[in-house]
Design a protein around this ligand. Structure first.
Ligand SMILES: Nc1nc2c(c(=O)[nH]1)N[C@H]1C(S)=C(S)[C@@H](COP(=O)(O)O)O[C@H]1N2
Ligand SMILES: [Mo]
Length: 322
């Protein structure tokens, strides 16, 4: 089989289920266009939300000072580009889900901490955000599909949440779960996806200083298409590990299976650490292209973050790169 570069194929996602969504979407938007109605997300110069839609209860906290330890040589991706090219399968399987994502209800929003912890707890996302030490960090983001971006996230280390949770000694893994709102996130009505979206980390990965819980971006509260009110940023792993719309953190003894592991054998698995030497089933990973400029760069081991994370893995063991 010949592997092609991601940007030589279409911008659709990769699983058979996703292809089905695309077909359904195509029919739906095609019919709407014929009926003469205006859908907000047709065409390529459509406008999308780049400011939070509703008054955000934490808006007074922004902007937050930048932590100068987390900078990038590459230019920031303009919000006009990153806010209209997203992966959020709850809202659709192509990149133009920003309009659909505005249907998500993000308040009230509860965060549940459970499993192997001293005391399980439920707290409102606003309480959590106000308790945490917010900072801005500029991170690279590399999607498994080979597109990449540079974003100024606001948030706090995942390690702070782990400390708040006080896990028991037996806790070795962290499972994280997204919301379930099938009424508003219409792809959640598709039964062949194992909703809600869920991801996992080994506890030492969760405690690594790079693992960052995101509450805002570009100096303002997080946009819905970016995963408001709470998402993860794991810049050394493929983007699908950076779970959006977080509601649940469960501490476990055993490694959990993730959303994408359940969907397909030929997708990357639990670890998904970025390595240009380990191709996807259907394309190479040795290069990446930037949203906006389309500039192409060589993919770096751990997306350029090897210094911070390489010690956590056996680099000879292939499993850590799938
Ligand atoms: N809940 C949820 N989180 C998710 C996804 C998703 O579909 N649902 N997509 C992932 C993928 S594949 C990527 S590349 C990033 C994209 O983040 P962005 O759209 O903010 O750039 O979100 C990740 N987090
Ligand atoms: Mo992705």
């Amino acid at each position: 089989m010949i592997r092609r570069r991601r940007w030589e194929i279409s911008e659709n996602l990769v699983s058979p289920a996703a292809a089905m969504f695309d077909r359904r979407r195509f029919i739906a938007t095609g019919l709407a266009a014929m009926a003469g109605s205006t859908l907000p997300l047709l065409g390529c110069n459509e406008s999308v939300a780049t400011v939070p839609a509703t008054p955000d209860p934490t808006a007074d906290l922004y902007p937050v000072p930048a932590n100068s330890a987390f900078r990038q040589a590459r230019a920031l991706t303009p919000i006009a580009d990153s806010a209209k090219f997203n992966n959020y399968f709850e809202f659709g399987s192509d990149k133009r889900i920003a309009g659909e994502a505005q249907a998500l209800e993000i308040r009230p929003w509860e965060i549940r901490i459970e499993g192997l912890v001293e005391k399980e707890m439920t707290l409102s996302v606003d309480d959590l955000i106000r308790r945490m030490p917010l900072e801005e960090r500029i991170y690279r983001h590399r999607c498994v599909e080979t597109w990449a971006m540079v974003v100024p996230w606001t948030g706090f280390p995942l390690a702070e949440l782990v400390r708040l949770a006080r896990p028991l000694g037996s806790a070795k893994f962290l499972l994280m779960e997204s919301f379930k709102q099938p009424k508003n996130a219409t792809n959640q009505q598709a039964y062949w996806y194992p909703w809600p979206y869920h991801e996992g980390l080994r506890l030492d990965e969760a405690m690594n200083e790079l693992a960052f819980l995101v509450t805002g971006a570009y100096g303002q509260p997080l946009l819905k298409q970016f995963g408001a009110p709470l998402r993860l940023a794991l810049p050394w792993k493929y983007g699908f590990k950076s779970i959006k719309g977080l509601t649940r953190f469960r501490f476990l003894e055993k490694q959990p299976r993730t959303f994408w592991e359940k969907i397909g054998e030929n997708e990357y698995g639990f670890w998904a650490n970025i390595n240009p030497r380990f191709p996807h089933d259907r394309w190479d990973q040795d290069e990446e292209w930037m949203l906006g400029t389309r500039e192409v760069f060589a993919t770096e081991l751990f997306n350029g973050y090897a210094e911070e994370v390489a010690a956590m893995y056996d680099l000879e063991d292939r499993k850590f790169f799938y």
